[in-house]
Design a protein around this ligand. Sequence first.
Ligand code: FAD
Length: 415
Amino acid sequence: MLIRTRLSRIFFLRKFFDYPITLNGKTISNLGIIRIIKIGWSYIWIQIFPVKNVNSLEDFFISRFGKELYKTFFKDYTEKVWGVPCTEIAAEWGAQRIKELSVKRALLHAVKSIFKKESSIEQKNTDTSLIEQFMYPKLGPGQMWETVAKIVEEKGAIIIKNSEVVNLNIAENQVTELSYYNHTTNLKSVVKGDYFISTMPVRDLITAMEDKVPADIKTVSEGLQYRDFITVGLLLNKLKIKNGTKITTLNGLVPDNWIYIQERDVKVGRLQIFNNWSPYMVADLDKVWIGLEYFCNEGDELWEMTDSEFIQFAINELHSIDIIDKNEVIDSAIIRMPKTYPAYFGTYPQFNLIRDFTDKLENLFLIGRNGMHKYNNQDHSMLTAIMAVNNIITGSKSKDNIWNINTEEEYHEEK
Ligand SMILES: Cc1cc2nc3c(=O)[nH]c(=O)nc-3n(C[C@H](O)[C@H](O)[C@H](O)COP(=O)(O)OP(=O)(O)OC[C@H]3O[C@@H](n4cnc5c(N)ncnc54)[C@H](O)[C@@H]3O)c2cc1C
């Protein structure tokens, strides 16, 4: 594991802003004094006249940050990510994703960091969005899971790959067996089990239970929605943007891990600079591998473009906002990733019907991100797995402790 310094910034108005947004001289000069006054005033306004009913993500943002800051930094980006207006997204998404981040806490963090420089990786009391250091596997996150797979296989477990669970049999509040289809051998097989731990998307899980599921639960399940994702990797001789920070980097490369693209004239949502995640992932450090992230829906116009069309479109976008010169591109790659984000709209408000149904199946444990249709990150997903195993060991019947991971207490109180 490498210890990395986290730096992500926002690219907006063709300028760099801190991420999360910080009130400092640079932000003020980037935004201009008129916008700053509007932001300050609308923040004070919302403190005096708070939003009474926080029903949507828009309400959540406005109640936390004021209308002007919401419109400047949150609205467009969030709508780019989700493809629907913030008024149609449930407030829980904000509570889970943004956690305790607020204007007050961001100010406090800024003041504290003047006096104290964190050099340890222990940042347990720091809000997730403000964490400045992290550990990263030399060859990327997949390396961690390859290592885990190796360890469990050495201990005697069997991992069946390239196979898809297609049916689950249920009897008397228990899952008794599952069938899976092996895409390599084209054979279908059955596995009986004492316990079943599922990370397959909830919609697929309910489909696999076929006629064992009541009609109303099926309707909710079929209405669950997802946001999909395309990433384009570009290898470049160099970027057009230069390192304007005090951080020293090789060849003057910008020091960011991620750059959030807030510009409204392009569809790209975020950029990764792979050299800065781990130099071991880039063969020639005089070149730059970047990843462009696009949010889309399976079957929409972005999804349906051919690979070469899409890559050209992505190159043109970055060229148009002066991040790269298109003549510097030397190689590319594209990956489409369905069901990247479980969505908090569609039939999500009735999700508790599904949860009640699956919770009653005593030996079935829903864990992870799509497995719980919850915006769990990798750490939360691992915690849900650990909790499920603990429940099996202790014989605990309730699954509340699994569902409670990554759920704000504040949100419980609001509910
Ligand atoms: C593009 C992207 C960027 C991300 N960035 C970050 C990040 O920076 N930090 C972070 O913490 N998290 C990040 N995440 C989230 C993180 O990847 C997830 O939280 C985590 O992987 C969830 O773990 P999981 O086990 O629930 O699901 P997954 O890792 O998705 O694993 C689910 C597994 O179930 C398998 N499966 C699905 N259906 C079936 C079926 N029917 N039969 C058999 N197997 C099935 C899938 O093939 C897959 O192997 C990112 C996710 C994406 C997609």
